[in-house]
Design a protein around this ligand. Structure first.
Ligand code: GDP
Length: 460
């Protein structure tokens, strides 16, 4: 499946736009040859002759026209100690769009092909430098929105998840080998695992997989963030709360009810979780068409949100409008935000239906209670699985593979306990191995690879 020699690929690996330095990366067997054709060293150096992992000053020159394109530094890195495990050349030039394009065109003209999204990383995987879950974490590392997401991605890149999965695969392989030995030599007295040992080992692996599956919800939150909707009747302080959370004046705050007509989305970092906050127009009855549209979108935002910040104005008693809104969101995970505590009225009483919900008193205007609210958001969504286990699953693809592995192990255990033919137990064990293998990419198909790597940007 892995060709010994891929063709040579090239791409601009830095973001397009004006900047100090832009990098064109070339990878493949002809990388150095191609670079030599367009690189001119004042010292007369040929890149083919230089040592690996060295950097050289010179110019990129169009060999056909003699046009000098840019003053550059060229890094030469020979296989196998490179990102792709292939010969790699990186041209550091001035990051103007035209310059980068011109150099890339020259590289393509002299024998390289434009890389597909993620193709450099795909090669690192196909050449065995990293496994699939590590390759996938490269994109998470690039896209991480918070320090925590970045830390988990780096953990995965350095092989923490792979290690765990491989440990489980080894355990299943061992059990499978013993079961198969009993199939092959039923009469012989093999010095293998006892029936109890086989059962308890399958159970142990099952428990480990269960823990990983349980951690997914949390892992997903770290990777993708959490969506919260701020909900409440007009003038309770929704926009003020959004501003207080963002600590900058983003939403327009006014004293006229119903002015937050549209929904506004922003990100806040809550102890390492990217929290996307949607400030809604309120979900009461509409008075005009613009409002009706806003309300429709608010209701959708509420449904999409994992958590609802229900804002109540504690300077007044709860009224029927509050009750109407509460009814619409009570089925969701709700945090009750009791606002305007600086002017709290004695007549304010929390409705019975909200008594068992987590609640916090704040003053959005004065910025009081905001940290407590953030803490509450964190505590209601994060149970600390990542901290406990040290490894967490963040991708749906991995979670599905784990679910399937767990099911296969359950079947293996059942058939074993019911004393069904051992071949059936062995088949389920191999099925479980197969599922775990998909995570690290020992077992994979071209389709899966294409989907995974198409998420990447070109040049990575
Ligand atoms: P929204 O319609 O729910 O978005 O409410 P706004 O955020 O626009 O706030 C409505 C009014 O309440 C504004 O005059 C705010 O200054 C005021 N307000 C918001 N939060 C507080 C608070 O904590 N204390 C006091 N005293 N006033 C507040």
């Amino acid at each position: 499946m892995i060709p010994s020699e891929f063709d040579t690929i090239a791409a601009i690996s830095t973001p397009l736009g004006e900047g100090g330095i832009g990098i064109i990366r070339i990878s493949g067997k002809d990388a150095i040859k191609i670079a030599d054709k367009i690189f001119h060293s004042p010292k007369g150096l040929k890149l083919a002759d230089v040592k690996t992992h060295t950097i050289h000053y010179g110019f990129i020159v169009n060999p056909q026209t003699g046009e000098k394109i840019d003053e550059v530094l060229v890094t030469v890195m020979r296989a196998p100690h490179t990102y792709t495990r292939e010969d790699t050349v990186e041209i550091n030039c001035h990051a103007g769009y035209i310059t980068l394009k011109k150099i890339l065109n020259l590289v393509l003209l002299h024998g390289a092909r434009l890389a597909e999204p993620g193709e450099f990383t795909k090669r690192a995987f196909l050449r065995g430098r990293i496994d699939l879950s590590q390759a996938e974490s490269v994109i998470d590392l690039i896209k991480a929105k918070t320090e925590q997401a970045q830390k988990i991605a780096l953990d995965h890149l350095s092989g923490k998840l792979s290690e765990k999965i491989n440990e489980l695969r080894d355990a299943i392989t061992r059990v499978c080998a013993h079961v198969e030995a009993y199939i092959d030599f039923p009469e012989e007295d093999i010095d293998g695992l006892t029936q109890e040992q086989i059962q308890s080992e399958i159970n142990r692996v099952k428990e480990e997989i269960k823990k990983l599956i349980e951690g997914y919800e949390e892992g997903k939150i770290y990777r993708e963030g959490l969506r919260a909707a701020i909900v409440g009747k007009p003038n309770v302080g929704k926009s003020s709360l959004l501003n207080a959370l963002l600590m900058k004046d983003r939403a327009i705050v006014t004293e006229i009810p119903g002015t937050t007509r549209d929904i506004i989305e922003e990100y806040v970092n809550i102890k390492g979780i990217p929290l996307q906050i949607v400030d809604t127009a309120g979900i009461r009855e509409a008075h005009d068409l613009v409002e009706a549209e806003g309300i429709k979108r608010s209701l959708k935002a509420v449904e999409l949100a994992e958590i609802i910040l229900l804002v109540l104005d504690s300077s007044k008693p709860i009224d029927s409008l509050d009750e109407e809104i509460i009814n619409k969101i009570i089925h969701k995970k709700v945090i009750v935000v009791i606002n305007k505590k600086d002017i709290k009225s004695r007549e304010f009483q929390l409705p019975e239906s909200l008594k068992d919900k987590p609640a916090v008193e704040i003053s959005a205007l004065k910025g009081e209670g905001i940290e407590e609210l953030k803490e509450l958001i964190f505590n209601t969504t994060i149970t600390g699985k990542y901290e406990q286990e040290g490894v967490v699953v963040t991708k749906l693809r991995h979670k599905i593979a784990l679910d399937n592995a767990l099911e296969a192990l359950e079947n293996a255990l059942q058939t074993f306990e019911k004393k069904e033919p051992l071949e059936i137990t062995a088949m389920f064990l191999r099925e479980a191995l197969n599922c775990l293998g998909q995570i690290v990419g020992v077992v994979t198909t071209e389709d899966i690879l294409n989907i995974i790597f198409s998420e990447f940007c070109i040049g990575k």
